[in-house]
Design a protein. Structure first.
Length: 161
């Protein structure tokens, strides 16, 4: 079989699997795909779907977006910086899942504010408004407490009394 043009996806997957100290069979089981199919992906003989890449990424605990770029599903030039930043945040073992999600929300709000948001980012669910509201002094960012409006940021304001 001739190798398909899937960039260096297979090599990257093999490297990530080895870094995670997983055998091909262990990763295949964890991702819910067959051992031969995963082997063919690693050797560049098959181009997996986005769904399979997502399952493999979850099993490896890495960013699915990184795999999408390497597989040619996402535009690498346009999305590379965003994907790499998200991958670093998601891979940080010192953050819990809630902290990662809040940090990604804040990151996305700044990108939007600076004109780098994508079409998919234009529809922000109500729960995602926390980061934007906090930046404008309205709400609080979890873990940082409420932000006061007016005066200095040195502490709570005292009222004359």
């Amino acid at each position: 079989m001739a190798s398909l043009n899937v960039g260096n996806l297979g090599e990257y997957l093999r490297e990530q699997r080895r870094n995670a100290q997983l055998s091909l069979r262990q990763l295949a089981d964890a991702a819910g795909v067959s051992n031969p199919y995963l082997s063919q992906i690693e050797r560049g003989l098959r181009k997996p779907s986005a769904e399979v890449l997502q399952q493999v990424a979850k099993a490896l605990r890495i960013s699915a977006e990184t795999l999408y770029v390497r597989a040619g599903i996402l535009d690498a030039e346009r999305d590379r910086d965003d994907v790499e930043t998200r991958a670093v945040i998601l891979a940080d073992p010192s953050l819990n899942e809630r902290q990662k999600q809040v940090l990604l929300q804040i990151y996305e709000s700044f990108r939007k504010e600076n004109g780098f948001g994508t079409d998919a980012d234009d529809e922000v669910p109500a729960q995602d408004a926390t980061a934007g509201d906090a930046a404008e002094g309205g709400a609080s960012i979890p873990g940082l407490g409420p932000r006061t409006t007016g005066g200095s940021d040195a502490g709570p304001q005292q009222t004359a009394g």
